[in-house]
Design a protein around this ligand. Structure first.
Ligand code: HDE
Length: 745
């Protein structure tokens, strides 16, 4: 316990938004908790848009006493009704049967793809720049629109790790005044296939193999590489997946893309073609492969937790929403790039991303199942002013997302689930069906009618009716694609050659690792032949890692040398990014002076970092002259949780320490004989991961014991606590100390 007469340092007072429980089970009934007002479910409405009950009654738990599902109060929920204390259970026990029956049916099918996800509420504020291009009400200047965002991995099951090498979903539901608009995008701007009819094929190939159901949430296996090496239009998405983009450091630090080209339509009905982009305020950052592997074991929920903690602690993640704009020409191409081909990007150097608003995530969900699991996105949820194009991938999606909810959410009324409910009036004339919640009034759910006064009426354009873009359509029915879809290698080459040298090394390592997991030599060789077309060095290095000869490029395949696009590189020399929301670990123990610890915490928190004090045990630990609250004990914390570390401990100079083996964890005086081995492990991992390391002068010998020299790049040992922290923060702003990682120059 902290002593009120001595200093006590607390860094991290707000881990979760829950009232503190008492030690004993409470005995007096109290009214149940309300959800926080900013995340309360929208009002329950009838299908005619009128509220049917007071908002407060949409709360799941309404009273102080436990009841059956039909409201009868219960005296006991711990014992079945039995014939005598030792007798058999009676069929008469309705509470038992109701409780078990409901439990038996708690699970719904997970999403067939994107099963693993995490959501958050937020707000989108338009800056009005798109108002001249689109009549959508939510894109007019300064309009604020509530949103719900769900991020996901693609291949893993609902319980899989957050950090596999995989594409991430980035789905945004805008609850606009004109109805729901869903932008169901990914963090990679291209897709594996050009036609929706191939979706079951790529997903069957990527999911765990059907005989053994392994590997979980990974592409490093035979069937994935068999498919992508045969189906060469997948090569562009595949090289993105082998890049750092597939290992986001945090959901807060990834870009999002609408992938397809969409139409924007203005008041006059004039159209442009656009591609949507989300640019994170925190910068685009990734984990290293070693970090991702450690994370999957150490904290498979890492990204879910990271998002929750950031929002909870006020480090609100935000993204700029932007569009690349193209003239809506008859051939639907721009600078020779077919805008209907979802395996192609348009480099930002050719069409800059123009900001049209800002998305900020402001609140965590109240209930995972009700919100994140039941949210149903659909690319066909459009509002006036935004329309689809003939991209054959998008066209197929327009069918799939409605269809899949029928199984997943159990029927056609999923739009009535609170998280899916529009904030605009609904008069849809859809009736009945499983889980119908609306109490529809009137007798005439058909049009035309006179019995309900002709209601509801058709809207005209002036009333905000949605009008499809009247693009002319003609042609013979064919199962073919345009010739412009045939170039599968020029953009993968452009992507690879646009990356920084470190990122290129990561791509080489990723292909080598993944293909080494492929058991069929034929599949490896087939993929190597494609790498030869993408880039000779890439192919040669992967081939060397696999112990195979590098093939020569197939002379019959024409690959263009497109100009590199610097915007595709994540690692830009000298670039700095906001540090708000990044994490700092501060190692403290009984040798720490509380003033030093407080100074480090204050300096980091002033820059809006999330600070975790790392101590020898949980709870309150002793400092040299007081106490401090431990956020993460050293036996629990791992390097992947931290962007940087500062040591505030005093250690015996290395020369005086007889042997590392003497530093036994848990021995009462282990700190007197050297550095806690867990600190040494943490330091060596953080060092390998290129993270900033700071040490107050008394702690510097610990670095030596960890094999780190004081003048190694990204190591700070000069100055007092505040000065060391400031220098560490400057390094965090670069994301990593790249000099330590760079294998080339
Ligand atoms: Fe999806 N996709 N998808 N997809 N997708 C689903 O819908 C589908 C595609 C994306 O957090 C499913 O409600 C087809 C591209 C995200 O709830 C399903 C095709 C892009 C999410 C479905 C694609 C995406 C999904 C499964 C090929 C990026 C998660 C559950 C034409 C632009 C949404 C569900 C969430 C989910 C079908 C391709 C993004 C089965 C047929 C391209 C982010 O309907």
């Amino acid at each position: 316990m902290p002593n009120p007469d001595r200093p006590h340092v607390v860094a991290n007072p707000k881990p979760r938004d829950l009232p503190a429980p008492s030690v004993e089970e409470p005995v007096d009934p109290v009214p149940p908790l309300d959800p926080p007002s900013d995340v309360a479910a929208p009002e329950l409405r009838s299908a005619t848009g009128r509220p049917v009950r007071a908002a407060a009654t949409t709360r799941a738990q309404q009273g102080a006493f436990l009841t059956t599902a039909t409201g009868t109060r219960l005296r006991d929920t711990d014992h079945s009704l039995k014939a005598g204390r030792r007798g058999p259970v009676l069929l008469q026990d309705h509470h038992l049967r109701e409780k078990i029956t409901h439990f038996d049916h708690e699970r719904i099918p997970e999403r067939v793809v994107h099963a693993r996800g995490v959501g958050a509420h937020g707000v989108f504020v338009s800056n009005g720049a798109a108002a001249k291009l689109s009549r959508a009400a939510f894109l007019q200047a300064d309009v604020e629109t509530p949103v719900f965002v769900r991020f996901s991995t693609v291949l893993g099951s609902r319980g899989s790790a957050d950090t596999p090498r995989d594409t991430r979903g980035f789905a945004v539901k805008f609850y606009t005044s004109e109805g729901v608009f869903d932008l169901v995008g990914n963090n990679i701007p291209v897709f594996f296939i050009q036609d929706a009819i191939k979706f079951p094929d790529i997903i069957h190939a990527g999911k765990p193999e059907p005989d053994r159901e392994i590997p979980q949430a990974a592409s490093a296996h035979d069937t994935f590489w068999d498919f992508v090496s045969l189906h060469t239009e997948a090569q562009h998405h595949t090289i993105w997946n082998m890049s750092d983009r597939a290992l986001p450091a945090s959901l807060r630090t990834m870009e999002g893309f609408g992938v397809h080209t969409f139409h924007l339509v203005d008041e006059a009905g004039d159209t442009v073609l656009v591609k949507f982009h989300w640019k994170p305020a925190a910068g685009v950052h990734s984990q290293l492969w070693e970090e991702a592997q450690l994370t999957a074991g150490g904290d498979p929920d890492f990204q879910r937790r990271d998002l929750y903690d950031a929002i909870q602690n006020g480090a609100l993640p935000s993204w700029t929403f932007g569009v690349q704009v193209f003239p809506d020409t008859e051939d639907e191409t721009f600078e020779g790039i077919d805008l209907l081909d979802p395996t192609k990007i348009v480099p930002e150097e050719l069409a800059p991303v123009q900001p049209i608003g800002t998305l900020t995530l402001t609140a965590n969900p109240t209930n995972y199942f009700a919100e994140t699991e039941q949210v149903a996105f659909h690319p066909g949820h459009l509002v006036p002013g935004i329309d689809v194009t003939n991209d054959p991938l998008l066209q197929g999606r327009l069918f799939s997302y409605l269809d899949t909810q029928l199984t997943r959410l159990g029927g056609p009324n999923f739009d009535q689930i609170p998280i899916n409910r529009p904030h605009a009036d609904v008069s849809d004339m859809l009736r009945d069906g499983f889980h119908q919640h609306a109490v529809h009034t009137g007798v005439a759910p058909y049009k035309p009618n006179s019995l309900d006064g002709g209601c509801p009426f058709h809207a005209g354009v002036a009333d905000g009716a949605f009008l499809e873009v009247p693009s002319p359509v003609e042609g013979e029915k064919v199962r073919e694609h345009p010739a412009s879809f045939d170039d599968h290698f020029s953009q993968p080459r452009m992507f690879f050659r646009s990356l920084s040298p470190i990122e290129q090394e990561h791509v080489i390592a990723a292909y080598t690792f993944e293909l080494s997991k492929v058991t069929w030599p034929q599949v490896r060789e087939r993929q190597l032949a494609h790498l030869a077309l993408i880039d000779e060095r890439l192919c040669a290095e992967v081939a060397a890692g696999l112990g195979l000869p590098a093939p020569t490029p197939d002379p019959d395949v024409e690959v263009q040398d497109l100009a590199p696009s610097p915007a595709l590189a994540q690692i830009v020399p000298g670039a700095t990014y906001p540090v708000a929301g990044r994490t700092l670990g501060v190692v403290a123990d009984a040798s720490t002076r509380t003033a030093d610890l407080q100074a480090v915490v204050d300096a980091a928190q002033a820059a809006d970092l999330l600070v975790f004090v790392l101590g020898p045990h949980a709870g309150v630990a002793d400092a040299a002259d007081g106490t401090f609250a431990v956020d993460k004990p050293l036996y629990q914390v791992r390097s992947f949780e931290l962007d940087a570390v500062v040591l505030t401990t005093a250690t015996t100079p290395a020369a005086d320490v007889p042997s590392r083996r003497d530093a036994k964890v848990g021995s009462p005086d282990h700190r007197d004989v050297g550095v806690d081995p867990r600190t040494l492990l943490l330091l060596s991992e953080l060092f390998r991961q290129g993270k900033a390391i700071g040490a107050l002068p008394d702690a510097a010998p610990a670095l030596v014991q960890a094999g780190i020299a004081e003048d190694d790049p990204g190591v700070v040992v000069r100055g007092d606590a505040a000065a060391v922290t400031e220098q560490v923060l400057a390094l965090v702003a670069q994301h990593r100390v790249w000099e330590r990682l760079s294998p080339v120059g």
